[in-house]
Ligand binder design. Structure first.
Ligand code: FES
Length: 159
């Protein structure tokens, strides 16, 4: 079943974004980034219009959107918790923290809690390798995470 047509305001703004990127070489990613910056995610209803403007198939475009985890198909939660999954943090017990966070939030990577409160994302190094496991809550980095500090971080995020 084809997606419903884009509401007029989305269509208007999207046309402006497409015009701004017209003539760009390799415009798919810049356009998707601009769309996500505009709406906080890539609304499904924008995809047919973007595909048409770029003269590519919807399947191709969908492939790009789903390949890059940076692109969200739904708005992120009110808080963004990123946990470092890179090697140094893993060696310092990061896996335990990851598992605890996923269990406590009840979501997997890239997921958002049912109340829309917290989105959980992986990140690969926050520059705190010597003091890991590390995480970032709404842009603020936190080092030396253990279960207690994670609990405090999650309750700060309202989880
Ligand atoms: S590996 Fe986690 S902060 Fe560098």
């Amino acid at each position: 079943m084809p997606p419903p047509p884009a509401p007029a305001e989305i269509e208007t703004r999207l046309h402006a974004i497409l015009t701004e990127h017209a003539g760009l070489e390799g415009p798919v990613l810049p356009i998707l980034h601009a769309v996500q910056a505009e709406w906080g995610h890539v609304p499904q209803e924008t995809l047919p219009l973007i595909a048409e403007a770029l003269n590519i198939s919807r399947a191709e475009l969908h492939g790009v959107v789903s390949f890059y985890h940076d692109f969200r198909d739904a708005p992120a939660g009110r808080h963004m918790l990123k946990i470092c999954r890179a090697e140094a943090c893993q060696a310092r017990g990061g896996k335990r923290i990851e598992d605890a966070a996923r269990a406590k939030l009840g979501v997997d990577w890239h997921g958002t809690t049912a109340d829309g409160g917290v989105t959980l994302e992986p990140v690969y190094c926050l520059g705190l390798c010597a003091t890991g496991p590390a995480a970032m809550l709404d842009g603020r980095v936190v080092a030396r995470l253990d279960e207690t500090r994670l609990e405090a971080l999650l309750s700060e995020a309202g989880a």
